[in-house]
Unconditional design. Structure first.
Ligand SMILES: Nc1ncnc2c1ncn2[C@@H]1O[C@H](COP(=O)(O)OP(=O)(O)OP(=O)(O)O)[C@@H](O)[C@H]1O
Ligand SMILES: [Mg+2]
Length: 240
């Protein structure tokens, strides 16, 4: 029972049209996104780069239905999400989008396994199925034997792998990652990027990643650069 207007998505997971976001700080308008038009194809791997304050996180928050645009349209898999109720938005977010953050955002006093299961609790999945799913994903992330560890008993790379398992648990079509390697050393960063690349290539998950780092951005097929709330370049690599 989708409320928003479902339109034909034609292989486009996310489409934004004349998207604008203005924050107000003490009645002063801060134009964070000025006019953004983009289409992101299903199964693609996109990096978003740009200087600090250029609007990357603002854009990701809108894509992730964590925030609404001030003006413009956002179609997520063909559904216009701007008209949806907060409850319905939360549902879409939980079912269709996996999030990965710079600070991992795991619950501290909760085991790796329970952290991974959490989105399934919200979707009303049975305990048995939740456990099976989370064990499988932790194993896929190379974390067999670490299921009962708390986040603080894990390295940064291991915590980020728990967070990736959690992001995957609802079989989302899209993973949004905002600086996922920002708190990791370079070797661990490359391990995390290799995992994301594999999810994209082998499982067809669409990945949209924000990064400051040039070599991290290069893992994607397409690199979009923001400057002052606008897209200033959009490059698709030729497939070898
Ligand atoms: N909640 C908010 N209230 C007011 N202004 C905000 C808010 N969030 C962001 N901004 C402003 O909007 C602009 C874009 O911020 P945003 O966080 O999207 O940048 P960013 O590209 O993610 O930067 P960084 O690389 O530092 O993470 C900045 O000028 C920022 O100060
Ligand atoms: Mg940011």
């Amino acid at each position: 029972m989708s409320q928003g207007t479902a339109q034909e998505s034609n292989g486009i997971v996310a489409k934004v049209v004349a998207l604008k976001k203005t924050y107000f700080l003490d009645h002063v308008a801060v134009p964070a996104l000025k006019e953004v038009n983009l289409e992101i194809s299903k199964g693609s791997f996109v990096s978003i780069t740009g200087a600090s304050g250029s609007g990357k996180t603002t854009f990701m928050n809108i894509l992730g239905c964590l925030d609404k645009p001030t003006e413009g349209q956002y179609l997520l898999e063909g559904t216009d999400v701007s008209s949806l109720s907060p409850d319905r938005l939360a549902g879409i977010r939980n079912e269709r989008i996996g999030f990965i953050f710079q600070n991992f955002n795991l619950l501290a006093r909760t085991s790796a396994m329970e952290n991974v299961e959490l989105p399934l609790v919200y979707s009303g999945v049975s305990r048995h199925e939740r456990q099976e799913k989370s064990l499988g994903l932790l194993e896929m992330m190379g974390l067999k034997g670490f299921e009962q560890h708390f986040p603080q008993q894990l390295s940064g790379g291991q915590q980020q792998r728990v967070a990736i398992a959690r992001a995957l648990v609802n079989d989302p079509g899209i993973i949004l990652a905002d600086e996922p390697t920002g708190n990791l050393d370079s070797r661990t960063s490359y391990e995390i990027m290799a995992i994301l690349k594999r999810l994209n290539e082998d499982m067809g998950v669409t990945i949209i990643l924000v990064t400051h780092e040039h070599d991290i951005a290069e893992y994607a097929q397409r690199i979009i650069t923001f400057k002052d709330g606008l897209v200033v370049s959009d490059t698709v690599k030729e497939t070898p």
